[in-house]
Design a protein around this ligand. Structure first.
Ligand SMILES: *[C@@H]1O[C@H](CO)[C@@H](O)[C@H](O)[C@H]1NC(C)=O
Ligand SMILES: *[C@@H]1O[C@H](CO)[C@@H](O)[C@H](O)[C@H]1NC(C)=O
Ligand SMILES: *[C@@H]1O[C@H](CO)[C@@H](O)[C@H](O)[C@H]1NC(C)=O
Ligand SMILES: *[C@@H]1O[C@H](CO)[C@@H](O)[C@H](O)[C@H]1NC(C)=O
Ligand SMILES: *[C@@H]1O[C@H](CO)[C@@H](O)[C@H](O)[C@H]1NC(C)=O
Ligand SMILES: *[C@@H]1O[C@H](CO)[C@@H](O)[C@H](O)[C@H]1NC(C)=O
Ligand SMILES: *[C@@H]1O[C@H](CO)[C@@H](O)[C@H](O)[C@H]1NC(C)=O
Ligand SMILES: *[C@@H]1O[C@H](CO)[C@@H](O)[C@H](O)[C@H]1NC(C)=O
Ligand SMILES: *[C@@H]1O[C@H](CO)[C@@H](O)[C@H](O)[C@H]1NC(C)=O
Length: 500
């Protein structure tokens, strides 16, 4: 591994007055040359962005930036498709069973999270080794603005869940209320201008200190308020329709989508795309700023979503899902290598020259990128992984409300390699599912009864191992000694009640 990482040698470090806690050290390649500056890292996070509904097609500027040399990951997934669990996993590099935030309520930004897990996010590790760290926008759904999370020198955190107007921010611990005036209060634009201002002033005052910034947008999450200039865009956008409208058991209770639901989903799709146009503008402004400041060549830009979204698939009106697409500038091409949201923190640490802490479950995917050009844009938007599983909607009037179902707790194992692409799930009720996604991409045929007993048993054992794994050695059993990207990869997922 060390050999390949040497490609990255042109990027190095200014240690400054950085203080290294015990057990945390820079990799030798970074220590060797302290003249240069470690790369800046900018993570752009959207809320509930989809892949299969075509949201990236609405983002021409972002796509153009990526195509100037990006890597696409066609198999990128979140391990738990729900806001707070997934965000907690991104921050810590841990599966939910190791950070214990299973829903958007319990343990989300809780005192136990603050005590045990928040001091171990990538923000903390990077700040401790000399990065200038800044966070702008939505944090965790239950974050109430009463404190500034560890690790962030500059903090502009949204109180509670996504909003575009009429929200409260915590600006370095001081509450700041915003109204509904465009442009000064529009959250997407505010995140953009504040982050650009921070980056510029940081480079002016500390030209030799690398910057880590997170731009965490509310788009395209509800209430889907678009910027006024985009409120008529995509007049004909429609929801994605998959050929499995009567699949989910809950359809027996709710019945099929009626025209009024289809009109609702069309409007929803249109409004979601409209909000993304402001994120697209944000990407362009950020990119231009990096060019202007001469920092582009020394900056990794990572673009991702906390999880995916579906509208209409499986006949369900709306909900969250798991599949992701990734693209990057830094190399040009795509890879089918499987990457997970828990890989984000280890990868960010790796870019900064830090080893993966033993308690992080994810793995660095830096070696999958062409590191000749140290600029990366990673797009993660989610596809259908758990169309069947994640959502339990009941209709209330013309709309859809989400509720819990007694059997909506499940664990899945996803295996993808050159020959296989399947999903094996065990529900808390004992119900089993097996879908061969090579032949059955819409998950219409549960093949569990046709599985050989020994194969079934193997799958069960593998899944049980992952359900309890701790740390990246245990959680990446097949990739320990092999080239990443050519090996089968497992994914497991757990969810209880669903909230949107
Ligand atoms: C994106 O580019 C395509 C192809 O050039 C064009 O048809 C489409 O209108 C553009 N979309 C937006 C939102 O600008
Ligand atoms: C990257 O690939 C895209 C799509 O294949 C192509 O249009 C573009 O010109 C390539 N860019 C570079 C810098 O090679
Ligand atoms: C919350 O987290 C703590 C420790 O991290 C754990 O013991 C507890 O079971 C979790 N609560 C829920 C409801 O998951
Ligand atoms: C905010 O959350 C903290 C715990 O994280 C709690 O102690 C405090 O009472 C909460 N404040 C409000 C106003 O809800
Ligand atoms: C950042 O790291 C420095 C050095 O370790 C530490 O003194 C400071 O408290 C940290 N700041 C935050 C916001 O965590
Ligand atoms: C913001 O709050 C004002 C005053 O309560 C209200 O009139 C307006 O509709 C709200 N706007 C949005 C977009 O939430
Ligand atoms: C939308 O659909 C209408 C009716 O089919 C058509 O006249 C119009 O040109 C379409 N608009 C766009 C932007 O495609
Ligand atoms: C889930 O529960 C419903 C109602 O109790 C039942 O009809 C259905 O078969 C269950 N589905 C699974 C996958 O266990
Ligand atoms: C792919 O994974 C399956 C299931 O784990 C395994 O049986 C098969 O040998 C693997 N194929 C390759 C080419 O690694």
């Amino acid at each position: 591994m060390a050999g390949r990482l040497l490609l990255f040698l042109c990027v190095s470090v200014t240690l400054g007055h950085a203080h290294f806690p015990p057990g945390q050290r820079l990799k030798p390649r970074i220590q060797r040359d302290r003249r240069n500056i470690r790369p800046n890292i900018i993570l752009i996070l959207t809320d509930d962005q989809d892949l299969e509904l075509g949201s990236m097609q609405a983002m021409n500027k972002t796509r153009r930036i990526m195509e100037e040399g990006g890597t696409s990951f066609s198999n990128a997934f979140v391990t738990t498709p729900m806001c707070c669990p997934s965000r907690s996993s991104m921050l810590t590099g841990k599966y939910v069973h190791n950070h214990n935030t299973y829903t958007n309520n319990e343990n989300c930004s809780s005192p136990s999270w603050q005590r045990q897990h928040e001091p171990r996010t990538f923000g903390v590790y990077l700040n401790n080794t000399g990065y200038r760290t800044a966070f702008f926008g939505k944090y965790l759904n239950e974050y109430n603005g009463s404190y500034v999370p560890a690790g962030w020198r500059e903090w502009l955190g949204l109180v509670k869940n996504s909003r575009f107007y009429n929200y409260t921010l915590s600006r370095n611990g001081v509450r700041e209320k915003h109204g509904a005036q465009y442009p000064q209060d529009y959250l997407t634009d505010l995140i953009t201008s504040e982050s650009i201002r921070y980056f510029r002033s940081s480079k002016r005052i500390y030209p030799h200190r690398p910057v880590l910034m997170v731009l965490s947008h509310a788009a395209p999450h509800g209430p889907e308020d678009s910027a006024p200039q985009y409120s008529n865009a995509f007049p004909n956008a429609s929801y994605n329709y998959a050929p499995n409208p009567d699949k989910h058991w809950i359809m027996r209770y709710t019945g099929a989508m009626r025209p009024i639901h289809m009109e609702f989903t069309n409007v929803l799709q249109r409004k979601r795309l409209q909000t993304l146009l402001s994120v697209d503008d944000s990407m362009e402004k950020l990119y231009n700023m990096l060019v202007e400041t001469g920092e582009l060549e020394n900056t990794y830009i990572i673009y991702t979503s906390d999880h995916g979204y579906h509208i209409g698939q499986f006949g369900l009106v709306k909900g969250e899902n798991v599949r992701i697409f990734t693209g990057s500038t830094g190399s040009n091409g795509s890879t089918g290598s499987t990457v997970l949201n828990i890989d984000l923190a280890p990868t960010i640490l790796d870019i900064a020259g830090l080893d993966t802490p033993t308690d992080m479950d994810g793995k660095s995917i830096l070696t999958l990128l062409d590191t000749d050009k140290p600029l990366l844009l990673l797009v993660i938007v989610y596809r259908q992984f758990c169309w069947t599983l994640c959502v339990c909607c009941v209709t209330v009037g013309p709309f859809c409300a989400c509720t819990s179902a007694n059997n909506n707790t499940y664990w899945c194992l996803r295996t993808i390699n050159e020959t296989h692409n399947f999903l094996f799930c065990e529900f808390a009720t004992g119900f089993l599912e097996y879908f061969d996604l090579n032949t059955d991409p819409y998950q219409l045929i549960n093949g569990v009864s046709s599985l050989d007993r020994t194969v079934l048993n193997q799958l069960h054992v593998q899944l049980m191992e992952l359900r309890g794994c701790r740390g990246h050695k245990q959680c990446n059993p097949r990739t320990r000694s092999v080239e990443p990207g050519t090996t089968p990869t497992q994914l497991h997922s757990y969810t209880t009640t669903q909230a949107v």
